[in-house]
Design a protein around this ligand. Structure first.
Ligand code: SF4
Length: 144
């Protein structure tokens, strides 16, 4: 049996984004409907409320919100919970939300809340990659 793909819950239409909205992506919704994907939100599972202040990853690896509060622990906890779920399900691949401080891959914001993009991965994406799980964002088509 094919293993399910772990997907950012906000891409599946769940209203778990920092501002209380979703980032609904129809192709991801269809994957969940067909039983091919399982939605997960690391920030919510890390104990943060929805809505919540926007967060960014800083260049020293911490995560702060736009009030200056350090949210590194919640981000790490949520990422660990997601890795646990991925292992339980045997996921080999994840499709995550581009540029999120948790879910982004290859490009994230720089921690200054100035819309400046820098190379890097979100906390959850990084942990999945470290554990051998392939990660792409919803903006990158699946490889053939
Ligand atoms: S942490 Fe990931 S799944 Fe949760 S709202 Fe942000 S981008 Fe979506």
């Amino acid at each position: 049996m094919k293993k399910p793909v772990l997907v950012s819950a906000c891409l599946a239409g769940i209203h778990c984004s920092y501002n209380g909205s979703s980032n609904t992506t129809q192709s991801i919704v269809e994957m969940v409907r067909r039983g091919e994907a399982v939605p997960f939100c690391p920030e919510v599972h890390g104990g943060l409320p929805t809505p919540r202040p926007p967060c960014e990853k800083t260049d020293d690896g911490r995560v702060v919100d736009n009030t200056g509060a350090d949210r590194t622990e919640q981000f790490r906890r949520g990422a660990e919970e997601g890795l646990k779920l991925a292992k339980l399900l045997g996921c080999e691949e994840a499709v995550l939300k581009a540029r999120s401080p948790s879910c982004g891959k290859d490009v994230i914001y720089d921690g200054t809340f100035s819309s400046t993009r820098v190379p890097g991965n979100g906390v959850f994406a990084e942990l999945l990659l470290e554990n051998g799980i392939r990660v792409r964002t919803e903006e990158v088509p699946p490889s053939k």
